[in-house]
Design a protein around this ligand. Sequence first.
Ligand SMILES: [Mg+2]
Length: 267
Amino acid sequence: MAKRQLVVFTDLDGTLLDHDSYDWRPAKPALDALWAASVPVVLNSSKTRSEIRSLRDELGNRDPFIVENGAAVVIPENYFEPGEEQVVPFAPHRDIILDVLDVLKDKGFAFHNFDAMTISELARITGLSEAAAAAAKARDATEPLIWQGDDAALAEFRRVLATHQLQLLQGGRFYHVMGFFDKAGAMLYLMEQYREKHLGFDVVSVALGDSPNDVRMLEQADIPVIIRGINSAQLVLTGGREPLRSIKVGPAGWNECILGLLADALN
Ligand SMILES: [Mg+2]
């Protein structure tokens, strides 16, 4: 039987990071165990390039990462092959989205989006520092918003967005307006690269998430793991595969599930 090479893809908010405090330290034992076992950890989040870069530095992570719900993959220099850092885009630019949202705001749809928020307002809403809020506003291809209308208007908003080739995904804290791409496409792209890098190995993807914007990634992963949180109970995967579900919440649940998977892999 071929040797297994695991590759971990993880959501951040509510999954590797605590929903309220953004703390990842409860997951440190599992992160250390993955590092020791040479298992890549690919951060796959709605966060921006500059937000994920600073978290990667904090974690000491050196693997590729996926930004803004799959809008782009960033591959570090000399990772799969010799050369400079590569940014592989999967989405149209954010300016196209902002133009459409301007029109819809004028039509009376009630929402408050990141571009319309000041840095201090965003810091207050998210609990982020002003520097971190500025990094969250520096977006490439997606626009988060707070919905202020009722459910009927939300359904109409979705329908109109679709006529502009845009979709609305629900994250832990915000709705995200974006093109028709997702965290799964970017994950599958990287899995191809890992398969080429580890020829002769059985390359297995483990995906961890807690919210509706993680569902496609979880469905496309070999081992899907749902981390308990405010949205996780409503998550159902199509295709009949039963996900692992953490008992603990957020990064403590992440730690629990990854250590369990690594123990299983050794048996
Ligand atoms: Mg999340």
